[in-house]
Design a protein around this ligand. Structure first.
Ligand SMILES: Cc1cc2nc3c(=O)[nH]c(=O)nc-3n(C[C@H](O)[C@H](O)[C@H](O)COP(=O)(O)OP(=O)(O)OC[C@H]3O[C@@H](n4cnc5c(N)ncnc54)[C@H](O)[C@@H]3O)c2cc1C
Length: 481
């Protein structure tokens, strides 16, 4: 951390923040503060000093100015669906937690240019619902759809988020056109091609014209460079045709070879592609979704895909079977599909496509050995392996593990977290990348940065955040004062 915070009492801070947002939206109540330390990860943090829920970008700016002038750490928070533990409220307990979920409006749907601007606290599920009713969609995330906020996923996940269609869409940043951000000193800036960067432009409809691409600076930054207040995204017309199906084989190599053949086609003969194996069924499934605007387009894709899978020796399964397997992994409705199965954790990383068969084997061996050594293997109730191709160059590999909650002692949880962090480290040695650029994930990711890159990020952080108040300490950045 940088300079020490001023010694302001929490009562005084409460009054100042209440003057900005109204006392209904500030709380230093213990139960409220504790509730913000929880995430879907098993890691728990210390509660912040105070929680504030601004209702506008100007209110965020006022709060940040107060924090900056008194050197009080600020932790932005969206849905709290961080898979790598929430920002270090356990390291910076004397912090102001800024919950942005009241900024949940859709500001503009521009059907002439296929562009939508929304506030950063909007839930992705809500954004999806409104756009779908008008015949559009944006590439956001498939999961956890009803928890994630727009600003949280752009800040906290690889490439600004991995959409459900990641196999053909790539990451969310491809569709991100501009951001409105409150910098750590309180100034409000706008990136993208709109009036914030170009005095003649009326709105953001493109990302890079006339400017260096500063939007990218704020993608996957874990929220260290400022609080996102608005985002503008490219919209796509909603495709009416939907086909779900699958193939299966007893060999990973066959499933993977089939997937690579499909991936090498242009256009892609699928919209989503996922390889799945569950602990109780000793077979690999290749599950696909085809979305299309015309029946002919869907039929053509289906024919290409079916011919390829059959020529690779895979057997076709019906839609019902494909759906039941996909549900073992699907988290769209976490409460219903995940909660009854116990507590879960993902061992997950992105690898260059060519390494997938080898890293699948290494990952499985790592998990079995390390969980076995700590006597955690016998507590696993469900073990699902998945491979999700991401465009043509990389693929996500993961093992999704469930544990019977009652069987896990506090020591088991501590050990499990160690094994999970160890997986992040090992997978990076095998050529992988961690996806969770949030919480603990930022430390592991930054541990492999070159010195020159670390210096560059540090210099940018110092320039934007001279008092090091915004999510201090993430990425292991220690600032000199
Ligand atoms: C079961 C499960 C499955 C998942 N699957 C996927 C998936 O398929 N694809 C995918 O992309 N993600 C997936 N995720 C990860 C999830 O999308 C990310 O963790 C995302 O960052 C959560 O968004 P949030 O709004 O809850 O952010 P939070 O958890 O609230 O915050 C995440 C980080 O962003 C920062 N932050 C939050 N809001 C802002 C803001 N407005 N401005 C600046 N910084 C901010 C926080 O300080 C924190 O560092 C999954 C998560 C779970 C639990």
């Amino acid at each position: 951390m940088g300079s020490k915070p001023d010694n302001m009492s929490s009562e005084k801070l409460y009054d100042i923040l209440s003057n900005i947002v109204g006392n209904r939206y500030v709380s230093s109540d213990e139960a409220v503060r504790y509730s913000y330390t929880r995430t879907p990860n098993w890691i728990r943090g210390e509660p912040p000093l105070i929680v504030v829920r601004p209702g506008s970008v100007d209110e965020i700016s006022e709060i940040v100015k107060v924090a900056n002038s008194h050197r009080i750490p600020v932790i932005p928070r969206g849905g709290g669906a961080s898979v790598a533990g929430f920002p270090l409220s356990h390291r910076v307990p004397e912090s102001i937690l800024v919950d942005v979920t009241r900024l949940n409006k859709i500001i503009d749907i521009d059907e002439d240019h296929f562009v939508v601007t929304a506030e950063a606290g909007v839930l992705l599920g809500d954004l999806h619902k409104i756009l779908k009713s008008k015949g559009y969609h944006v590439y956001s995330v498939d999961v956890p759809f009803y928890i994630d906020t727009l600003g949280g996923v752009i800040s906290g996940f690889n490439g600004g988020g991995e959409p459900a269609d990641v196999a053909t869409s790539g990451e969310l940043y491809h569709y991100l056109l501009g951001l409105k951000v409150v910098l750590p000193t309180g100034e409000i800036v706008q990136t993208g091609s709109g009036p914030g960067t170009n005095i003649h432009a009326r709105k953001v409809i493109d990302r890079t014209p006339n400017t260096p691409d500063l939007t990218g600076l704020f993608v996957g930054d874990a929220g260290i460079f400022g609080i996102k207040a608005e985002a503008t995204l490219a919209m796509e017309p909603w495709p009416d045709y939907f086909i779900l199906g699958g193939f299966r084989t007893n060999s990973l190599l066959k499933a993977w070879s089939c997937s690579r053949k499909l991936t090498s086609r242009a256009p892609y003969p699928y919209t989503r592609l996922l390889l799945l194996k569950t602990n109780d069924i000793n077979e690999w499934y290749v599950i696909y979704v085809i979305r299309a605007h015309e029946r002919e387009e869907a039929d053509f894709k289906l024919k290409t895909l079916t011919n390829t899978c059959k020529s690779e020796g895979l057997s076709e399964v019906n839609e019902k079977e494909a759906y039941s397997i996909a549900l073992r992994y699907g988290t769209r409705d976490i409460g219903r599909t995940f909660a009854p199965r116990g507590m879960y954790i993902y061992f997950e990383a992105v690898f260059p496509a060519k390494y997938i068969p080898e890293t699948t084997k290494l990952s499985r061996e790592y998990a079995k050995k390390n969980l076995g050594d700590l006597e955690l293997l016998s507590k696993v109730t469900d073990w699902v392996e998945f491979i999700a191709p991401k465009l043509r160059n990389t693929a996500i590999f993961g093992i999704l593990l469930f544990f019977k909650k009652k069987s896990m002692t506090p020591k088991d949880v501590e050990n499990l977290i160690k094994v999970w962090i160890g997986y992040m480290r090992e997978s990076m040695k095998w050529g992988g990348f961690t996806e969770a650029v949030q919480g603990i994930g930022t430390f592991e990711a930054a541990a492999v940065w070159s010195d020159s890159y670390k210096q560059l990020v540090n210099r940018i952080k110092q320039a934007l955040d001279p008092n090091n108040i915004m999510n201090p300490g993430l990425w292991g950045l220690v600032m000199e004062q």
